[in-house]
Design a protein around this ligand. Structure first.
Ligand code: NAP
Length: 455
């Protein structure tokens, strides 16, 4: 895949970039190594100060950064602004909390003095996706830098200007040269990086094949990885739910980021007793959405990020129809305009046990299922290889407890939409990956947990 900015709303190639050659990559790895030796000695207060400054820059220049995101991957501009603000918030969160998360922890043993100390590992490679091109990177970078690690970013090939802007922000914030570098390289170079002894660990957010390939390369070298992969999150609505709120939230949860979010609600599992009403209201909401230029503030749904994503999504929709699914709205790419536009789509009556029902649909397509009771809802919710998040709606306490206990996912949100929050751990089970980002758990992923015992 060429490294280039191609406007998804028009298909126009705006800028192309030459990937780094092997000598340039080696020079950046050397710089990372040198930077780490000094940076690991810096105090928390210095690191916090720089991270607060990064937050200031993000807030002050949010419109420019948001514009770059929208131009490169097509998310609505207002969502891009919110994303930059969230990046500032995660910087502030770790600037304030990392010192306590990483403080020595005393443990009483047979020693006169024993404790746990958290120490940085070195250069951590972050292989990142285009869908939240700033947020995904900052939620890695903020804890990694506070822990004293240095970062190497291999961003998705369609968001090079975002990747360069992030490197620039971190440098301008006052982090020493080399503590965070963007590597403009293709995916084929990642395995070599994992084999290089200057790279100590890696995190990847993206698809299952990319995660499996990175983990295999890391496994050969006994290096730690964190994987944040795909999801086919259920959105369960039981009979006692507040239906109006559930439908509004269902629409937002499916359409977030033009439908291209790992934690978007993808399978809507609705109790038979309220299914007709839910279907009617959801259809109204989907048909009322405004599709168009993502730079316009009143646009709800912009284009998909690449023509390949549009093609894959459309093939999945056709497979769902072939399996018996009925399209209530949408179902074909919008052919009246250039760009990668796909309309809000609802498909019902897909057989529960069909293979297509278990797949991740990465775009504005809702799969609607009916179930007789909570047992069937939980069974269907879990009947997927993924386990990222789940949103479930009920006002019944016993049902709530069962949903929390029995759903196989990294997160369960009751009467709300699945979202990431710096204060809460984020990550999946099953084929959605392993490890956690954010909160105290996130900052502990890339440290040496050293046991100290003194007599
Ligand atoms: P992708 O193709 O896997 O790309 C993600 C990143 O991995 C890019 O930087 C890509 O580089 C790189 N990559 C691709 N193949 C690779 C390989 N074999 N080895 C090493 N690196 C490789 O993902 P996508 O399809 O663009 O993104 C959508 C997926 O990401 C969805 O499944 C979504 O659910 C998931 N996602 C998960 C989370 C989460 O937190 N769990 C968050 C967001 C997205 P190139 O661009 O150069 O190919």
């Amino acid at each position: 895949m060429a490294i280039a900015t191609i406007n998804p709303a028009t298909g126009e190639t705006l800028k192309t970039f030459e990937p780094l050659n092997d000598a340039e990559i080696a020079a950046k790895l050397d710089l990372a190594l040198q930077a780490f030796e000094e940076y690991r000695q810096t105090s928390f207060s210095k690191r916090s100060h720089a991270l607060q400054k990064a937050a200031d820059i993000l807030e002050q220049e949010k419109a420019e950064f948001a514009k770059v995101m929208t131009l490169e991957m097509g998310k609505p501009f207002k969502a891009a602004i919110a994303e930059v603000e969230k990046c500032a918030a995660v910087c502030r969160y770790y600037a304030e909390n990392a010192p306590s998360f990483l403080a020595d922890v005393a443990v009483k043993t047979d020693a006169s003095h024993s404790f746990v100390r958290y120490q940085p590992l070195g250069a951590i490679l972050a292989v990142m996706p285009w869908n939240f091109p700033f947020w995904q990177v900052f939620r890695f970078a903020a804890p990694a830098l506070m822990a004293g690690n240095v970062g190497l970013l291999k961003h998705a090939s369609n968001v090079p200007q975002c990747a360069l802007a992030i490197e620039d922000i971190i440098q301008r914030a006052g982090f020493p040269k080399g503590t965070f570098q963007t590597l403009l390289i293709g995916a084929a170079k990642v395995a070599d990086l994992m084999a290089d002894e200057r790279v100590k660990a890696a995190t990847l957010t993206g698809s299952e094949p990319a995660g499996a390939s990175l983990a295999a390369a890391a496994g050969k070298q006994i290096k730690k990885t964190v994987l944040e992969l795909g999801g086919s999150d259920p959105f369960i609505v039981l009979a006692s739910a507040d239906l109006e709120t559930a439908v509004v939230t269902a629409t937002t949860a499916r359409m977030l980021n033009n439908g291209q979010s790992c934690i978007a609600a993808k399978r809507f599992i609705v109790a038979e007793a309220i299914a007709d009403k839910f279907e009617k209201l959801l259809l109204e909401k989907f048909e009322a959405l405004k599709i168009g230029d993502p730079m316009q503030l009143d646009t709800d749904l912009g284009p998909l990020a690449t023509p390949g994503i549009l093609q894959d999504l459309n093939q999945q929709v056709q497979a769902a129809i072939d399996s018996g699914g009925k399209v209530l709205t949408g179902g074909h790419p919008l052919s009246d305009r250039s760009g990668n536009f796909y309309p809000p789509t609802i498909i019902k009556d897909i057989p529960h046990d069909s293979s297509i029902a278990k797949e991740e649909f990465f775009g504005p397509v809702a799969l609607l299922f009916r179930v007789p009771n909570i047992d069937a809802a939980i069974k269907l919710a879990n009947d997927t290889p993924f386990g990222l998040g789940a949103s479930a709606w009920t006002t019944n306490e016993q049902e709530r407890d069962r949903l929390v206990e029995e759903i196989e996912a990294g997160a369960v949100f009751i009467n709300g939409m699945v979202k990431s929050d710096p204060r809460l751990p984020f990550g999946g089970t099953k084929r959605s990956g392993y490890g956690r980002e954010l909160s105290i758990q996130g900052i502990h992923e890339f440290v040496n947990v050293k046991t100290v015992w003194v007599k």
